[in-house]
Design a protein around this ligand. Structure first.
Ligand code: NAI
Length: 552
């Protein structure tokens, strides 16, 4: 005979089991719920209708975010059902751009814990602390130290909102089951004066340590993860640029690990560049690219673009010669004394300049890519210069949140007289200009990392490689129909994102098997294989039961 594993209030308080007003009469009787929930049995559709009604009553997106997180704390299936019912509407609420505001105010809007907090004060005990997490088979940890949150800078402990949101996208966009996902904040202090003095700040009140101390703490964390969660992939997110690149170099050949700012950004921009080349009827290796910003996003992207150009037949040196970078101190060139090792391949001989327009005039790029965190920096003069030099200038203004975009689509299309091929890091509405409708794409990593995550989850891949991101980029690019490409759309529509990511994950999964990195048996059909792993936002028809003698 069997008895239920959880009953009564305990069951209602478990978001992964709670059905709220959808428990049947039989379940109420068997599970000690009679009288604890209203005397109705509602369908999942009716519950969704109530959520939509309550969401409509919230005055701002931040309030809608708080409402949805509260829903997730009580009823996981209903939360995902809501978000997956209309991704184009809800992704900007659970993630960019609302998440930026949520992070800024995280200590103030905090309701209850989600994910894990691990501070440097716990050095030497990391393994024991990881064991406190209730799920034993964790497959993904998304970890930040809050060092560079979106384009907002050092937000310390408030940055935990990012791993929480990123992992929700694994499920909402690609169907990775939520029980395998663990958001993590590694607390190494913060240099944010405002938070250090805010009584409601939730992190350690210390300034950041020396790099070698930080890295030795991260080493302990990475080693502990291998022991406690041996099938886990660690996703680094929103560390400062130098730490992001160095930590990836430190671990990529040793553990299953990737950095979304470096590799995911690169993947999504590569997808956009492949489609821009299709629009222009050229090849990627014909492009000459000038980055505005030379941090983690730029470096990751340049590396992946080079790999893709090499695949088209260039040597690595030829590919690197097609990429230049401009940062807060001007154009990267060999006489600069402040360059980090990984920036040097893109520092080509040139007179020193701090004038971006002058750099465009002399380098004559076909594409400019904004990853500077600074809004409004692609001025009218920048766009006009690009349009004078190119029949179809490619202008990617990727910094986020919204007000950090280097220029808006309206500006890009207006100032270029409709010639620009444009994408941003956040979603902007269509632009109507001179009787034409332009569809600005959103170069958001959420087309890439959830699909990579799903492929890694399904194949139990032992490593995450750059080739997997290149394949993801090709798969995403291939899914934009030609009529939408003609309207300038570089990325697939968000309304169908789950299907797009299933197709993408299937192509990555095939590559994982072809590269001998899979730890499960090779399937015959990769799309069906991925579909078998996809989480459905539905209640369990039969609640888990324990055999007699187990906790009732
Ligand atoms: P980072 O902090 O590593 O690098 C920022 C770079 O911009 C540095 O090289 C810095 O010198 C340069 N910079 C800052 N102010 C500048 C100025 N006034 N003029 C010229 N250069 C300037 O940051 P990371 O990780 O590279 O991210 C940059 C931006 O890209 C962020 O806003 C981030 O949100 C965005 N991003 C967008 C993604 C997407 O849309 N798919 C993905 C990842 C990042």
């Amino acid at each position: 005979m069997t008895t239920p594993a959880k009953r009564g209030i305990e069951l209602l308080q478990d978001p992964s089991l709670n059905k709220s007003t959808a428990f049947t009469e039989a379940e109420k009787g068997a599970l000690g719920l009679t009288g604890l929930v209203p005397d109705v049995t509602e369908s999942e559709d009716l519950q969704l209708q109530r959520v939509m009604l309550q969401l409509a009553q919230q005055p701002t997106d931040l309030e809608r975010y708080i409402y949805l997180i509260n829903l997730l704390d009580h009823n996981e299936a209903l939360f995902y059902r809501t978000v997956m019912s209309d991704p184009a509407r809800f992704l900007p609420i659970v993630y960019d751009p609302t998440i930026g505001e949520a992070c800024l105010k995280f200590g103030h809007i905090y309701r209850q814990p989600r994910g894990m907090y691990l501070s440097m004060a716990r050095r030497g005990k990391v393994k024991e602390i990881l064991k406190n997490w209730p799920e034993k088979d964790v497959r993904f940890i998304c970890v930040t130290d809050g060092g560079r949150i979106l384009g907002l800078g050092d937000l310390g402990a408030n940055g935990i909102g990012i791993p929480i949101g990123k992992l929700q996208l694994y499920t909402a966009c690609a169907g990775v089951p939520p029980q395998y996902l663990l958001p993590m904040y590694l607390d190494a202090g913060t240099n944010n004066e405002q938070y250090l003095h805010d009584p409601l700040y939730l992190g350690m009140r210390k300034t950041r340590p020396a790099t070698k101390d930080l890295y030795s703490f991260v080493d302990e964390f990475m080693e502990a993860v291998q022991e406690v969660f041996p099938k886990c992939c660690v996703h680094f997110e929103d560390w400062t640029g130098v730490d992001a690149v160095h930590l990836l170099q430190r671990y990529r050949d040793k553990y299953c690990v990737y950095n979304d700012d470096v590799q995911g950004t690169a993947g999504i921009v590569l997808a956009g560049m492949l489609n821009a080349a299709k629009i222009k009827d050229t090849k990627l290796s014909d492009e000459k690219i000038l980055f505005f910003g030379a941090g983690s996003a730029a470096i990751g992207l340049a590396g992946l673009l080079c790999s893709a150009m090499v695949a088209e037949g260039l040597t690595l040196t030829e590919a690197q010669a097609r990429i230049s970078m401009f940062d807060i101190n001007g154009l990267l060139e060999p006489t600069r004394t402040d360059l980090v090792d990984f920036q040097k391949p893109y520092a080509h001989k040139h007179v020193p300049t701090r004038d971006f327009v002058a750099a465009i005039e002399s380098i004559k790029p076909t594409t400019i890519i904004g990853v500077s965190t600074v809004g409004g920096t692609f001025t009218k003069k920048v766009v006009e210069t690009m349009s004078r030099l190119n029949a179809r200038p490619v202008i990617l203004a990727l910094s986020n949140p919204t007000e950090h975009a280097e220029c808006t689509p309206e500006q890009a299309y207006t100032w270029s007289n409709g010639k620009a091929i444009y994408a941003a890091g956040v979603q902007f509405p269509p632009v109507h200009l001179n009787g034409q409708t332009f569809l600005p794409g959103q170069a958001n990593n959420f087309y890439i990392f959830p699909a990579v995550g799903m492929a890694v989850f399904a194949t139990q891949a032992s490593r995450v490689t750059d080739e997997m991101f290149i394949e993801a980029a090709r798969a995403v690019a291939d899914q934009v129909p030609s009529d939408l490409l003609k309207q300038g759309l570089l990325y697939p529509l968000q309304s169908n994102i789950l299907e797009t990511e299933i197709q993408t994950a299937a192509r990555i999964a095939k590559l994982v098997f072809d590269s001998d990195l899979a730890r499960v048996e090779r399937p015959r059909d990769f799309v069906s294989f991925i579909r078998e792993h996809v989480y459905k936002p539905k209640y369990k028809s039969e609640l888990p039961v324990a055999t007699k003698g187990q906790a009732a």
